[in-house]
Design a protein around this ligand. Structure first.
Ligand code: UN1
Length: 488
């Protein structure tokens, strides 16, 4: 019997007013149905926003260290449930257990970091140009926040948003991806068990273009935080009106490998960066910009390694690469492979849908790719990597910057001058030296430039995303003092 799951609004599990549902299946075994979920509607969003608005006064007036105590409880519960959640996540979106454990760990780290922020949430004090006057800033919550989260990090990314939203005193309406509703429901259960009170976090599953967009447009919603694709991001900017909007969008991350690099290390980096999470990270290494003198040697060892990668269910400890999240994602990888060949890229490995039950695609490598080809410019979000040969660092940086995106980047070199030049000149929110483009840590800012987004989240940046800084002047001179005028 397929279990039916509900929405969570104002502390209660409810059916959607639409009375419509959708199914989620296991992408490694599409016959396995994981559950039946509610198709939330605009009415459900309205109800959730009202609940969040009602809960705001009480929640925002709790001292932040007390809110932090609840976040620490969430940490404990996530720890106890880590293995169970990881297994469920592997079933729901396909990545291997090693990685789903990492995903839950990222949520644990995030809640722990922000629980501690309850005792900081710093504003600052500064001088005044007038005598007997004090100047400082304090942090205030924004209000009701709408958060819209993707399926590729179905517990970690919600945590990046929920933890700072809650510690700063906001209340939340959360619309998760329809590919991972079960992970969202399980995380919601943990939040309630930890003592998050009614209306503070409300969960509405359902379609992005109706329920999600209604949340974005909603007059009572003061902030939106979205992680997902560029086109939805563009639409959100258009529709949100005047509210705080945070966007983490796609990318086309480049790894530069210079002729002096440790090639064994770079090889490990490409394998992990390009094929980890089956290439489905916004930080995935999708372009390898490689010095032409080492290119042939590198290609050979890369193909040998890629051919050894074992595809299969992520629950099997021998599996290296799991399935793509759904059929459409697999079609996209297949479509871009075809495009790559038509544009003159040289396919040296993979490129096919293997004979496996589930949405698998072979880890795929193209070489001789030019920067103006579609496979070098557009986000594929699958296990497809393109090698772009270059003659020197200048050309490498130019190639890295030739795309519209700029989230993560990396350079392999043993020359400190080369490394610093790349750090300075690559247009991206993140640059790794001698490490792949994936693997951000939760206490540092995360986010991109150009079409990758306009936000930084995680760490202190998360506090800034989810709070307003209020400026406070306290004049204790007992007379009218005019700034810019009475300054002698
Ligand atoms: C994403 O793919 O949207 O840095 C986030 C990383 C992970 C987060 C990825 N910690 O790869």
């Amino acid at each position: 019997m397929t279990k039916t799951y509900q929405l969570f609004i104002d502390g209660k599990w409810l059916n959607s007013k639409s009375a419509e549902t959708f199914y989620r299946i296991n992408p490694a075994n599409p016959k396995e149905i994981l559950g039946k979920f509610q198709q939330g509607t605009k009415d459900d969003i309205d109800k959730a926003v009202d609940a969040a608005e009602d809960a705001f006064g009480k929640w925002s007036s709790i001292p932040p260290p007390k809110r932090g105590e609840i976040l620490f409880k969430i940490v404990e519960l996530l720890r106890v449930n880590k293995e169970r959640l990881a297994r469920l996540m592997t079933k729901e979106m396909g990545k291997i257990l090693l990685e789903t454990r990492g995903d839950v760990q990222e949520a644990i780290d995030t809640f722990e970091y922000f629980a501690g922020e309850g005792r900081r949430l710093f504003g600052h004090t500064t001088t005044s140009e007038l005598r007997d006057k004090f100047a400082m800033t304090i942090r205030r919550p924004v209000g009701v926040f709408g958060i819209i989260t993707p399926w590729n990090f179905p517990i970690a990314i919600p945590a990046w948003k929920l933890a700072p939203a809650l510690i700063c005193g906001n209340t939340v309406v959360w619309k998760p991806s329809s590919d991972t509703p079960l992970c969202a429901i399980e995380l919601m259960k943990i939040l309630t068990k930890a003592g998050i009170s009614d209306g503070v976090v409300n969960l509405v599953t359902g379609p992005g273009n109706t329920a999600g967009m209604h949340l974005v447009k909603h007059k009572k919603v003061r902030g939106i935080s979205f992680t997902g694709n560029r086109d939805t991001g563009k639409q959100i900017v258009k529709e949100a009106g005047i509210k705080k909007v945070g966007l983490e969008l796609g990318s086309k991350n480049a790894m530069i490998i210079m002729d002096d690099a440790n090639l064994k290390l770079a090889l490990d980096g490409v394998i992990w960066g390009a094929f980890g999470t089956t290439g489905q990270r916004c930080t995935a290494t999708s372009r390898v910009i490689i010095h032409e003198t080492i290119r042939k040697r590198f290609e050979k060892t890369l193909v040998e390694r890629v051919k050894k990668l074992r595809l299969g269910s992520g629950l099997n400890p021998r599996t290296d690469v799991g399935p793509l999240v759904n059929k459409a994602a697999r079609e996209k990888s297949a479509r871009y492979t075809k495009i790559g060949m038509e544009e003159g890229g040289k396919l040296i490995c993979g490129g096919k849908i293997p004979k496996l039950n589930g949405f698998f695609f072979q880890p795929t490598v193209f070489t001789d790719v030019a920067i103006d080809m579609k496979i070098a410019k557009e986000e594929i979000f699958g296990p497809v990597v393109s090698l772009i040969p270059v003659k020197n660092l200048n050309e490498a940086i130019k190639a890295a910057n030739s795309v519209e995106y700029g989230l993560s980047s990396s350079i392999y070199t043993n020359d400190i001058r080369t490394a610093f030049e790349a750090i300075e000149k690559i247009e991206a929110g993140i640059t790794y030296v001698n490490a792949p483009t994936i693997g951000a840590e939760v206490h540092l800012p995360f986010g991109g430039v150009k079409s990758s987004g306009q936000t930084r989240e995680a760490g202190w940046a998360g506090v800034e995303e989810f709070s307003e800084e209020k400026t406070v002047y306290i004049d204790y001179s007992n007379k009218l003092q005019r700034a810019q005028i009475d300054t002698k």
